[in-house]
Ligand binder design. Structure first.
Ligand code: GRF
Length: 238
C-alpha cells in the first residue's frame, strides 16, 4: 500500500522469484501513510506546462487535497516555469549539461526535490529520464503522463509514432515511474481516436485535453486516498 508520508515495506530479497521482473524496479513495495492534507507535490516540467496549469487550477480548490510546492525544470525559459512563477511558486532549473555526468545531475535533482519534502512528484511533460538515485528516493511516489497507450509508443514522440504506425485508437497513460523509458505500473489510461486528417499536432492536442483531465483526476485521488502499487504491477487507489 502506498500512501504519502509513510515507510517502505519489503526489500528485493524478501520477494519471490515470480516477482523478479518487478522487484528490479525501486518503485515497488512501499507503504506510505495517508497525507495530512494538502499532499505536497513537486512538479517537473520541460515545455508549455499545460498539464502543470491544470494541476495548479485544481489545487486552488482546498477540497482537491494537494498543493504544488515547487516546480523544477531541465531547461530555463520555458512557459511552464512562467506559469509556476505566476502562481508564486518556487522554481528550480537543473540542466544535465551543467553536471559532470548524468548520475551527478540525477543526485542533484534528487536533493533539490527532497528539500521540498514531496508526498508526490508529478512529471508533467518532463522530458528527462529519472535515474537510479532519484528513483531510490522517490520511486513509488513519482508519476508521469505519456501521450500514448503504453506500452505502445514510448519515448519522446508518442503521438507522432502512433500516427505513423496507423493506429485508429491511441490515448494517454498515467504511470508510476520505473527505471525504463516510459515504463512503470499503470495508474490510468484513456483512449483517444485518431481522426482522418489528423497530423501530429491535432492528435497530440486532442490527447492533451484528455491527458490533463486524467492527470488531475487521478493525482487528486492519490493525494486524498493514498495508493497501492502491487507486486504484479497493478496500481489501486482505495
Ligand atoms: C504531454 O503530452 C506529455 O505527456 C508529453 O509532453 C506533453 C507536455 O505538455 N510528455 P505540457 O508541457 O504539459 O503542455
Amino acid at each position: 500500500m502506498i500512501r504519502p508520508g509513510g515507510r517502505a515495506i519489503g526489500t528485493k530479497a524478501e520477494h519471490s522469484r515470480k516477482d523478479a521482473a518487478v522487484v528490479a524496479s525501486p518503485v515497488l513495495f512501499r507503504q506510505l501513510s495517508p497525507p495530512s492534507p494538502p499532499a505536497r507535490i513537486v512538479a517537473l516540467v520541460s515545455g508549455s506546462g499545460t498539464n502543470l496549469q491544470a494541476l495548479l487550477d485544481a489545487c486552488a480548490d482546498p477540497a482537491y487535497g494537494a498543493a504544488v510546492v515547487a516546480v523544477g525544470a531541465d531547461r530555463p525559459g520555458i512557459l511552464a516555469l512562467k506559469r509556476a512563477e505566476d502562481a508564486g511558486l518556487p522554481t528550480f532549473v537543473l540542466r544535465v549539461a551543467d553536471f559532470p555526468d548524468r548520475a551527478a545531475w540525477d543526485r542533484a535533482l534528487r536533493d533539490e526535490v527532497a528539500g521540498y519534502r514531496p508526498d508526490l512528484v508529478v512529471s508533467a511533460g518532463y522530458m528527462k529520464l529519472l535515474g537510479q538515485d532519484f528513483l531510490e528516493a522517490f520511486g513509488g511516489r513519482t508519476v508521469n503522463t505519456h501521450p500514448a497507450l503504453l506500452p505502445s509508443f514510448p519515448g519522446m514522440h508518442g503521438a507522432r509514432d502512433a500516427l505513423a504506425y496507423g493506429v485508429k485508437i491511441t490515448g494517454c497513460t498515467l504511470f508510476a515511474v520505473a527505471a525504463g523509458v516510459d515504463d512503470g505500473p499503470i495508474i490510468a489510461q484513456e483512449a483517444v481516436p485518431v481522426l482522418e486528417g489528423d497530423d501530429e499536432d491535432t492528435l497530440h492536442e486532442r490527447i492533451k485535453n484528455v491527458e490533463r483531465r486524467m492527470l488531475v483526476h487521478h493525482v487528486g485521488r492519490m493525494a486524498r486516498e493514498g495508493w497501492t502499487i502491487h507486486t504484479d504491477r497493478k496500481v489501486t487507489i482505495p
